[in-house]
Design a protein around this ligand. Structure first.
Ligand code: UD1
Ligand code: UDP
Length: 367
C-alpha cells in the first residue's frame, strides 16, 4: 500500500504528523512525505519537523511564495512528475491551504485517489481563499475525513455521497495532547518576562484582516487599548510583519511593560506553553480556535465567521468580528472574569489518527 502525504504550510505539520506515526506501525504501508515548500522560513517549517519528531520530507518541491495562481500552478507543475513516478495508491491532503488544492487537483487528473483530512469545514465565505480550497478539494476527494458532525451535513448538502464521509476526530488535537506535557518544559514565559495568567496572546494572518489597511488599523488600535491593561504577546506571522512596520504602530520588543510586544513566529512547544498560561487568546487562526478550546483558554476570534462553529458551541471560542469596540468589550469582559468552561468535544481525544488508519485500511480492503 503506497501512501503519499502532502504538507506545505504551518498548520499542516501538526495535522499530518500523528497519521505518519500511526502508519509507521503498519508494515504493509509504505509512506512518502512531500513538502511543497509553501512555507519555508525555519520558524514556519523546519522547527515543526524537529519538535514534532517528523521524518525529513522525501521530496521538497521548494515552490515558495507567490500569488494564488502562481503558487498553485507552481505546485501542480512540480508535483505532477512526482506522482507520475511514484504512483501512490492514495494521496492524503490536510486542511485548506493552496498546497492542499494544488496537490488534489494534480492527483485527481492522474486518477490517484485522495483522502481529505479536515473535510467539510465551511465558513460560507467565498472571499476566503481557504473556502475555495476546501470546496474544491472535497469535490475531488474519495475519502472525506471529518473533525465534527456539522462537516458531514455540509458535505451532504453539497451532494457528496455519505458513504465517502468518515467522522474520525481531530489530528491537530492528537498532536496537542501528545506534546502537552513536553510543552510545559518550555521557558518562553521567563524569556518573555511575563507571568502565568497575566498576558494576552495574539496571532493575526488572515488577508481580510491584515492586508486591508482600514481593518488592520482598527484591530491594532483595539489591541493597543487592551494592551493598556495587560501585556500582549504577539508572535507575528510573516504575512503580517510588513504591514505592522508600514503602518507604524506603537509596539515594543521588550516585555517588562504593558502594551504590544512583537515576537518572531515561535515554535510549537513555546506556542502551546504561551496558550496554556494566557489570560486570553485573540486570533484569526483556524487551528488556534481548536487548540484553545481543548486547553480551556478563552479565545476571541477576530473574524466575521468561522468554519469551526463547534469551537463556539462546545469550546471556549467567541466570534467577535473586526469592529474595534467589540473586540475591546469582549476582551475586557473576559479579563474581568474568565469563564469557567470544561470543554469536551466528541472524538477530539488524541486518537483520531488511529481511526483514520482503520478507515483507510478498510477502504483498501473494499477495493
Ligand atoms: C497560508 C494559508 C492559510 C493558512 C496559513 C497558515 C493559503 C491560501 N493560505 O497563508 O490558509 O492559515 O498559511 O500560516 O494557502 N512568507 C514568508 N515565509 C514563509 C512563508 C510565507 O516570508 O515561510 C510570507 C511571504 O511574503 C508570502 C506571505 O508570507 O507571500 C504569505 O504566505 P502564503 O503561504 O501565501 O499565505 P499565508 O498567509 O501564509
Ligand atoms: N503556531 C505556532 N507558532 C506560532 C503560531 C502558531 O506553532 O507562532 C501553531 C498553532 O499552535 C497551531 C498552528 O500553528 O498548531 C496554527 O497555524 P496558523 O495559525 O498559521 O494556521 P491556521 O490554523 O489559521 O490555518
Amino acid at each position: 500500500m503506497k501512501i503519499m502525504h502532502v504538507v506545505g504550510a504551518r498548520p499542516n505539520f501538526m495535522k499530518v504528523s500523528p497519521i505518519i506515526r500511526e502508519m509507521a506501525e503498519h508494515q504493509e504501508i509504505e509512506q512518502t512525505l512531500v513538502h511543497t515548500g509553501q512555507h519555508y522560513d525555519e520558524k514556519m517549517s523546519q522547527i515543526f519537523f524537529d519538535e514534532l519528531g517528523m521524518c525529513k520530507p522525501d521530496i521538497d518541491l521548494e515552490v515558495g511564495s507567490g500569488s494564488h495562481a502562481q503558487q498553485t500552478a507552481r505546485i501542480m507543475s512540480a508535483f505532477e512528475p512526482v506522482l507520475v513516478q511514484d504512483r501512490p495508491d492514495l494521496l492524503i491532503v490536510p486542511g485548506d491551504v493552496n498546497s492542499t488544492l494544488a496537490c488534489s487537483l494534480t492527483a485527481s487528473k492522474l486518477h490517484i485517489p485522495i483522502a481529505h483530512l479536515e473535510a467539510g469545514l465551511r465558513s460560507f465565505d467565498r472571499t476566503m481563499p481557504e473556502e475555495i480550497n476546501r470546496l474544491m478539494t472535497d469535490v475531488l476527494s474519495d475519502i472525506l475525513l471529518t473533525t465534527s458532525p456539522e462537516a458531514e451535513d455540509n458535505l451532504v448538502n453539497e451532494g457528496i455521497d455519505r458513504k465517502k464521509i468518515f467522522f474520525v476526530g481531530n489530528t491537530m488535537i492528537d498532536t496537542l495532547l501528545r506534546l502537552k506535557k513536553q510543552a510545559t518544559t518550555s521557558d518562553v514565559l521567563r524569556k518573555c518576562g511575563i507571568t502565568d495568567g497575566v498576558y494576552a496572546l495574539v496571532t493575526l494572518h488572515r488577508p481580510s484582516n491584515v492586508d486591508d489597511e482600514t481593518v488592520f488599523r482598527g484591530i491594532m488600535n483595539a489591541l493597543e487599548t487592551i494592551g493598556g491593561d495587560i501585556p500582549i504577546i504577539f508572535p507575528v506571522h510573516p504575512r503580517t510583519r510588513g504591514h505592522i512596520t508600514k503602518l507604524g504602530f506603537h509596539t515594543s520588543n521588550t516585555t517588562d511593560e504593558k502594551g504590544i510586544h512583537l515576537l518572531q513566529p515561535v515554535g510549537y512547544l513555546d506556542f502551546m506553553q504561551l496558550m496554556m498560561h494566557a489570560a486570553i487568546v485573540m486570533t484569526d487562526s483556524g487551528g488556534i480556535q481548536e487548540e484553545t478550546s481543548i486547553l480551556n483558554i478563552p479565545c476571541i476570534t477576530i473574524r466575521e465567521n468561522t468554519e469551526r462553529p463547534i469551537t463556539v458551541s462546545k469550546g471556549t471560542n467567541q466570534l467577535v468580528g473586526t469592529d474595534p469596540q467589540r473586540i475591546i468589550t469582549a476582551a475586557q469582559k473576559i479579563l474581568k472574569q474568565a469563564p469557567q468552561k470544561n470543554t469536551q468535544i466528541d472524538l477530539w481525544d488524541g486518537k483520531a489518527a488511529g481511526r483514520i488508519v482503520s478507515v483507510i485500511l478498510q477502504w483498501f480492503k473494499a477495493l
